[in-house]
Ligand binder design. Sequence first.
Ligand code: TXA
Ligand code: MG
Length: 308
Amino acid sequence: MTGEVKAAAAALTRGELVILPTETVYGLAADAGDPAAAARIFEAKGRPRFNPLIAHVADLAAAERVAELPPLGVRLADAFWPGPLTLVARARGEGGVCDLARGGLDSVAVRVPAHPIALALLAAFDRPVAAPSANRSGRPSPTRLADAVEETGGSAALALDGGDCRVGLESTVVSLLGPRPTILRAGGVTRAELIAIAGPLEVAPGEALRSPGRLALHYAPDAPVRLEAAGPRDGEAFLAFGPTAAQGPRVWNLSPASDLREAAAHLFAYLRAADRGRPAAIAVAAIPEQGLGEAINDRLRRAAGYLG
Ligand code: TXA
Ligand code: MG
């Protein structure tokens, strides 16, 4: 274990916050069993307290101490952990995730992140770690250390540098509370990948079944966002996808090769970069609604304020 990871585990034990790299986005981490530490997270993010946090653990055995995973949950865990999948199941009372971290629910969200530094910290700390994305509530998630420090660094005792996040989108959140699994938030594991393991999913009838706290204006930069744009208008920044005639200092290409994985990895960083130039708006090219495109479009629609 490196000295940095050791120092981070000690900070968590003292009830302090730590900026934690994961493969999806940077998290703002605290001891999930410590209500005062969880309260610090809500305060640092300006996050409504009814919006529960994800408990991060080192492996499946640790997840089963936190949540009552049904057999399907174990199959999904075997298939996707460590990785960008969060499972929502009934909480174990003695599971070490406090009421406040669970947003007062009797369910709990749990995941094993696929990042060596996160796994080293979870092994060293040996208890569940609550970690929402390290942005201020409603802002794009940070996928680079500097962005995480800019957003919430002032509230953290220390920040662990894990480089740029490989996936770039948050984990897929799947509820196992009903008869069939339900996607509460599209993310780094695609619908098709889930169905290959879990079979048919419950179709959520709308926002009602979605995760608490998924507000319309979420993942939003300061500039307005204009979707399915063929190109930038005067004064606009432009996020292209695939071949484009647009060029200049306000143009970023999410993926010149039209690769959704690459686009996902760049999305939040480029939204931030475009926003820094204070454009009239950020125009974004159409992204196909397949594979990771579902999660990319979910974030973009929310950044544009379209979903309620
Ligand atoms: O990739 C990720 O998931 C990142 C990294 C840091 O792990 N974390 C993250 O956390 O995105 P956060 O707090 O930004 O998003 C957690 C999502 C929220 O939409 C929340 O409502 C949902 O998970 N959630 C947490 N507990 C839940 C529960 N018991 N029932 C339903 N949804 C839950
Ligand atoms: Mg978040």
